[in-house]
Design a protein around this ligand. Structure first.
Ligand code: NDP
Length: 387
């Protein structure tokens, strides 16, 4: 049976993995809308290839380029933040939320408020919105399918289990490219080194988050909202091989783990086919070749991001949204060569310490907190040392 799909963030890394699966199963999918920020030519080419009905650029100044690239195709073109939300509001069987950063929050909420089924890769949206999103999911009868590999693994390990029987959820972390580096080398790390992840091929922002371990911090917050077992039952373990994607331990001390290749097409396929299964083009896992699976505790002295994220979710209220916004600004500054690697988490922590806001209880308030936190983070960047 053909199902309709909208892909928010079609030109990114998750977008490419999703479209690879759609391309291999053309009879299964009818593409409704594809979106990007400003990669207009790339988006137009994808819209043409997949026969999308609508293509949207978030940055309105790129709309003219998109229109030109789509001319003669009959594909509708639109631009701007509201157009992203309108695209997300169109009725479809599946929405893949793969915009990077809090920019994806409003469109994801639009899909939630439509009561849709959403494969959520855009962790920053859930980190910033927290219970505002989970309450909206419940209110509108939406379905959130966790697409982040760890959360997808937990989701799979919970199938058939009861959340009240869970003793512990363990998120695995690769440790990133600097796991074995000395502090001085980490401090001097360049953007090129930070985005060169040993196991996963991902967009620049999440690759840097992986190197600082903020990715795991954000995932810890994400897991807290998706799987409400309590923060004391949520743990992180470093597992450099990225073969086990996360684990659920039940109260009888049975631990279920999900294993698989480090390729996002596995969790994406699990969401696209849910509750059934579909094939992926990946090689079977060869455990004898992998040889050993190792584990170690996270080093929060060297990589303080998981501690900062834990403190933010313990503080609750606006803190996770502030943390996320400040981290986005700091990562952007690092990628642009304006600050050193170690300043990224420092800026996030300083912004959290200097800015407090009442708990946001709706989308508008979250976006206001996000915007103010970005301003404060930029101020922290201007007034503090570069490294
Ligand atoms: P990429 O940077 O590769 O792609 C981001 C996508 O979002 C692009 O389509 C980009 O469009 C679009 N975009 C960027 N900024 C905006 C904006 N302001 N408004 C509208 N659209 C925008 O990111 P990834 O695919 O790596 O990550 C996407 C999300 O998935 C992130 O939240 C990430 O944390 C999460 N995730 C990613 C994984 C991965 O393996 N990549 C794994 C697990 C989670 P344009 O091309 O025009 O810039």
């Amino acid at each position: 049976m053909t199902r309709s799909i909208t892909l928010l963030g079609a030109t990114g890394s998750i977008g490419a993995s999703t479209l690879d699966l759609v391309r291999r199963n053309p009879d299964d999918w009818q593409v409704e809308a594809l979106t990007a920020n400003c990669s207009a030519k790339e988006l137009a080419a994808l819209a043409r290839e997949f026969g999308a009905k609508l293509a949207v650029v978030g940055d309105e100044s790129c709309l003219a380029e998109l229109r030109e690239a789509l001319s003669g195709s009959g594909i509708e073109a639109a631009g701007g933040a509201d157009a992203l939300c309108e695209a997300a509001r169109r009725p479809v069987d599946m929405t893949v939320a793969a915009i990077v950063g809090c920019a994806g929050l409003a469109p994801t909420m639009a899909a939630v408020e439509r009561g849709g089924t959403i494969a959520l890769a855009n962790k920053e949206a859930l980190v910033s919105a927290g219970s505002v999103m989970t309450l909206a999911v419940a209110k509108h009868g939406a379905t959130l399918l966790p697409t982040d590999s760890e959360h997808n693994a937990i989701f799979q390990c919970l199938a058939g289990g009861k959340i009240e029987d869970v003793a512990r959820i363990t998120l695995t972390a690769s440790g990133g490219p600097f796991r074995t580096w000395e502090r001085s080398a980490i401090e001097a790390a360049t953007p090129e080194q930070a985005v060169a992840h040993p196991n996963w091929s991902m967009g620049a922002k999440i690759s840097v988050d992986s190197a600082t371990m903020m990715n795991k911090g954000l995932e810890y917050i994400e897991a807290h909202h998706l799987f409400p077992v309590g923060l004391d039952r949520l743990k992180i373990v470093v597992h450099p091989q990225s073969v086990i994607h996360s684990m659920v331990e039940y109260r009888d001390r049975s631990t279920l783990a999900q294993l698989g290749p480090s390729d996002m097409r596995v969790p994406i396929a699990s969401c696209l086919a849910w509750p059934a299964r579909m094939e992926t083009p990946l090689e079977p896992l060869d455990l004898a070749r992998i040889g050993e699976l190792t584990f170690q505790a996270p080093d929060e002295e060297l990589f303080p991001a998981t501690r900062i994220a834990r403190e933010a979710i313990e503080a609750g209220g606006a803190a996770p949204a502030i943390l996320n916004a400040a981290n986005e600004i700091a990562v952007e500054a690092f990628l642009a060569g304006h600050i050193g690697f170690s300043r990224i988490t420092a800026v996030a922590e300083e912004t959290l310490a200097r800015y407090d806001a009442p708990p946001p209880d709706n989308l508008e308030n979250i976006l206001a907190v996000d915007s103010e936190a970005r301003k404060r983070a930029r101020e922290a960047l201007e007034t503090a040392p570069l490294v």
